[in-house]
Design a binder for this molecule. Structure first.
Ligand SMILES: Cc1cc2nc3c(=O)[nH]c(=O)nc-3n(C[C@H](O)[C@H](O)[C@H](O)COP(=O)(O)O)c2cc1C
Length: 169
C-alpha cells in the first residue's frame, strides 16, 4: 500500500466490532509512534495503553460516547511540559510533537486493517485527575483502536480542493 492509499484508508472509526487487538499489532503501532519526529528530538510524550475494563471505564467517563466503549484498546497521549521544546518567542511545541505521534498511531493501525479515531474533545482535567498523572503531564489525545464494524467505511473523503489551500508564490 503506498502512502496515498494509506492516507485514504484511514478514517475516523466510531463503530467497532469488539474483536481484541493482538499484542503484535499493538507493539507495531507503539513502535511506529516511537519513531515519530519531535522538536529537538526531545520526545516529550508518554503513551498510556489502556486495555483493562477498569481503565477503559475511567476514560469513558471523560468522553461520554456509546461507541467509545466498543473499542478494546485506548492509547492516551500525554505531553510532558517539562520536556517539550519552547522556542525563544515562547511558543511551545509539545502539542505538535504529540500530533505527529498520534497520526503515526492512526496510520499504523489503518495499515493493519484496524480502525482508530482522534479524540481531543474529552475532559482533560478529569482525565488527569482520574489517572493520577504527574503535574507536568497533560493529556492531549485519546485514541480508541479496534477492528472497525463492517460496512461503515465512508465512500468519500470530504476535503477542500488543493486549489483552495495551496498558494504558489
Ligand atoms: C485534533 C483532532 C481532534 C479531533 N477530535 C475528535 C473528537 O473529539 N471526537 C471525534 O469523534 N472526532 C475527533 N476528531 C476526528 C475528526 O472529526 C476527523 O478526523 C475529521 O472529521 C476528518 O474525518 P476522517 O478522520 O474520517 O478523515 C479529531 C481530529 C483531529 C485531527
Amino acid at each position: 500500500m503506498n502512502f496515498k492509499d494509506l492516507s485514504t484508508k484511514r478514517y475516523s472509526v466510531r463503530s467497532y466490532s469488539g474483536e481484541p487487538v493482538t499484542e503484535e499489532q499493538l507493539q507495531y503501532i507503539l513502535e511506529c509512534a516511537r519513531l515519530a519526529p519531535s522538536a529537538v528530538n526531545l520526545q516529550p510524550w508518554k503513551f498510556y495503553v489502556m486495555t483493562s475494563q477498569q481503565d477503559r471505564e475511567l476514560l469513558q467517563q471523560c468522553y461520554k460516547r456509546d461507541w467509545l466503549s466498543q473499542a478494546p484498546l485506548y492509547i492516551l497521549l500525554t505531553v510532558q511540559h517539562d520536556v517539550e521544546w519552547v522556542r525563544r518567542d515562547g511558543k511551545r511545541h509539545g502539542d505538535i510533537d504529540i500530533a505527529i505521534a498520534a497520526e503515526h498511531i492512526c496510520l499504523a493501525a489503518a495499515e493493519q486493517g484496524l480502525g482508530s479515531c482522534w479524540v481531543c474533545n474529552f475532559d482533560a482535567q478529569l482525565c488527569h485527575q482520574l489517572l493520577n498523572l504527574p503535574e507536568t503531564e497533560e493529556p492531549v489525545v485519546l485514541i480508541p483502536i479496534g477492528k472497525p464494524a463492517a460496512g461503515l467505511e465512508p465512500t468519500e473523503k470530504k476535503r477542500k480542493e488543493l486549489s483552495e489551500i495551496v498558494i504558489r508564490r
